[in-house]
Design a protein. Structure first.
Lengths: 225, 73
């Protein structure tokens, strides 16, 4: 399985995302000014501060040449994973519902959080059990997930809420403890926690790897990790 | 044409920045302040003022979380 990891000016987690993806397949960087996705099977939009997060987080990155191709790739059913700033970019691009607002506590939060798998029937969580708790770090200032109440009801009814912060661990005031959402077609997922920072025992948890393994499983490639 | 665009957090959405400012003012001795909200002011020269609403919808504001107001000056 071949992953493409987007690099914007201001990205900072693309190398960790690349290293995480390499554990389950091949991976290459995709430059923000390029339109060619190089025939990858999945795209990761990584964390960071794309284009300086000017105006609003993710607002400018949405219009980069590579995002036009990523949007077309997503519309054709390609797997797209947005992490942190990547989640913000995908929301701004309209590939995911909702928006990310400044943390309710206004502080930058950087800590390990427990996230419960709310929906295991997605290409990003099919290697997990429903209700399984993953320990994954968050590090952000703008991670409060928001959507209008009726849209949140719809997302829940359709199983588009994929991860929730464990009770009492919501780090940013996200509505209904939402940590990850997917689109209706389930091929695009965005989350604030950083699975790519939780793939090696050195950093305390390998739970993030489950998402990458799920994607590989979905792609139907049986490669030994 | 010179235009100003005011962007505000949508009513009903928690605005922690506004709350923080609201709490800070009494600490400086300013009493009787409530309902504080913090938004953005964007000033721009545009050749075609008709395009401003579309600019706001597509980039300058995120209509899901923000309201905007276009002022011509």
């Amino acid at each position: 399985m071949k992953f493409g990891v987007v690099r914007f000016p201001g990205s900072c987690d693309e190398m960790d995302a690349l290293q995480a993806a390499v554990r389950v397949g091949e991976a290459r960087l995709l430059w923000h000014g390029d339109r060619d996705l190089g025939g990858v099977d999945a795209v990761i939009v990584p964390g960071g501060f794309s284009y300086g997060d000017y105006l609003r987080v993710g607002a400018i990155a949405r219009f980069s040449p590579v995002m036009e191709s990523v949007a077309a790739f997503a519309r054709e059913g390609g797997l797209v994973l947005g992490i942190c700033n990547g989640f913000q970019v995908l929301c701004e691009a309209g590939l995911l519902p909702g928006a990310l607002l400044p943390n309710a506590g206004l502080r930058f939060v950087c800590r390990q959080v427990d996230c419960a798998v709310a929906e295991a029937g997605t290409p990003f969580t099919n290697a997990c059990r429903e209700g399984e708790v993953l320990s994954i770090p968050v590090k952000h200032t703008t991670g409060r997930y928001h959507a209008p109440a009726e849209q949140l009801d719809e997302l829940e009814a359709r199983g588009q809420v994929v991860l929730r912060y464990a009770p009492g661990q919501n780090p940013n005031g996200s509505e209904r403890d939402i940590a990850a959402v997917c689109n209706a077609e389930r091929n695009v997922l965005g989350l604030m926690p950083h699975p790519e920072h939780a793939v090696d025992p050195l950093t305390g948890s390998q739970d993030g790897l489950r998402l990458f393994e799920s994607m590989r499983e979905h792609a139907g490639v049986a490669v030994a990790a | 044409m010179r235009a100003r665009v005011l962007v505000r957090p949508k009513a009903g959405i928690l605005d922690p920045q506004g709350k923080a400012v609201e709490r800070a003012l009494p600490a400086l001795g300013f009493s009787g302040v409530s309902n504080v909200h913090v938004g953005r002011l964007i000033e721009l020269d545009v050749e075609d003022g008709e395009a401003l609403p579309a600019m706001c919808e597509k980039l300058l504001a995120n209509p899901l979380i923000e309201d905007y107001e276009i002022l011509e000056s």
